[in-house]
Each structure stands twice: as C-alpha cells, then as structure tokens.
Design a protein around this ligand. Structure first.
Ligand code: AMP
Ligand code: MG
Length: 190
C-alpha cells in the first residue's frame, strides 16, 4: 500500500502520520513513513539550502528537479505499507505550484489519498505557535482558501491516479481519532 497523506502547512499532518504509523505497526506489517520535504531536503543541501522552509523560495525549475528526484527515491522504498507525508501545493511567488503533478503522481502511484484538515482558526494558531518552523502565517480567510484549493487538488489527484480519497479531521485533541480514521478507512485495522 502507498498511502499519501497531504495537508496544508500547520494542519498537523506529520503528527497524524506519526500516530497512524504507530497504530499500523501493531499489525506486524512492515510500515515505513517518509516525509517528502525531508527527502527533497537531502538533495537541496547540495544547492546550499540548510532550512526546509527555504526550499519553497528556490526557482520553480530547481524545486521541480528536487520534487522529481524525491518521488523517484520514495517509489523505490520497499514496505508493506508506505506512508508519504506531502503537500498538494506549494505557495510560490508564481502562484500555487502543484506538489503532486502528473509525473510525480504516476511515479508514486498511490493506493490511497488522504487529506488532513482542521479549522482555519486552529491552523492559524498552530502556525503561530510552531516556532521551530518558518511558516507563512496567513489570515483565517487565506487559510480557508488554501483548504479549499487542497480539496480541489486532492480531487484532481484521485481522478488521475484512480486512488480513493478521504478527508480526515484533525481538530484540537483529536489526533488519535484522526489516526484511527485512517487505519480503519484504509483497512489497516478493523
Ligand atoms: P514539510 O516539512 O512537509 O513542510 O516540507 C518542507 C518543504 O518541502 C515544503 O515547504 C516544500 O517546500 C517542500 N515540499 C514538501 N512536499 C513537496 C512536494 N510534494 N512537492 C514540492 N515540494 C514539496
Ligand atoms: Mg510536517
């Protein structure tokens, strides 16, 4: 299984995937978890980038190269279940740039597509409180627009890949419930 878990910055997707992986590993299956941005970061270091939040400021042509090679590396990982934590779009100076364009999507060839969501208010608060990252904060209105673009992009990815898609709520205090929704929804736990 290749489960792509996406969500806008600050929605808590890394926390949700980490918790989901913990539950899924109890099944005895070989479960791997890769963060697309971390795989891109390994290559980005060669371009002198030392901060993952600086990747999105590179020229699109460089980001595309990093994206393509990250997708290829991830596709080679062998596991019973592979979780890929990624973005559906990156906010760039040229506009919203797809995180899963057709070529990356066909390389990754997901079996399941999941979008982690929360309310705009919760997301703005999480971005503001996350001092470990150089997140773009945004207003609640901007975050609400990002949530709807993410839904639209997930629909496009589902249509292109033929994989089923699921929207999972990660409201405050609901991390465990979100992980359970994913493990049950994907059949990893009954
Ligand atoms: P993250 O830690 O998930 O926020 O990822 C760090 C950075 O990696 C993001 O801000 C993007 O610049 C980049 N990134 C992650 N996933 C993708 C993707 N699918 N396509 C392009 N860039 C990505
Ligand atoms: Mg993350």
């Amino acid at each position: 299984m290749r489960i792509v878990v996406a969500g806008i910055p600050g929605v808590g997707k890394t926390s949700v995937v980490t918790q989901t992986v913990e539950v899924a590993r109890k099944s005895g299956l070989k479960v791997e978890h890769l963060v697309f941005g971390s795989v891109m970061m390994e290559e980005a270091r060669r371009l002198g980038i030392t901060d993952r939040d600086a990747i999105r400021n590179l020229p699109i042509v460089d980001q595309r190269e990093l994206q393509t090679s990250a997708a290829r590396k991830i596709a080679k990982v062998e596991a019973d279940v592979l979780f890929v934590d990624t973005h559906l779009f990156i906010k760039s100076s040229e506009g919203y740039w797809p995180g899963l364009p057709g070529n990356a999507l066909s390389t990754l060839s997901p079996t399941n597509l999941i979008l982690v969501e929360a309310s705009p208010k919760e997301i703005v608060a999480r971005r503001t409180n996350d001092i470990s990252r150089g997140r773009d904060l945004g207003t609640e209105k901007e975050v609400s627009d990002e949530l709807s673009i993410a839904r639209n992009m997930l629909c496009a990815a589902a249509t292109l890949s033929g994989a089923p898609m699921m929207f999972v709520q990660n409201g405050d205090g609901c991390l465990n419930e979100a992980a359970m929704t994913i493990t049950r929804g994907t059949g990893l736990k009954s």
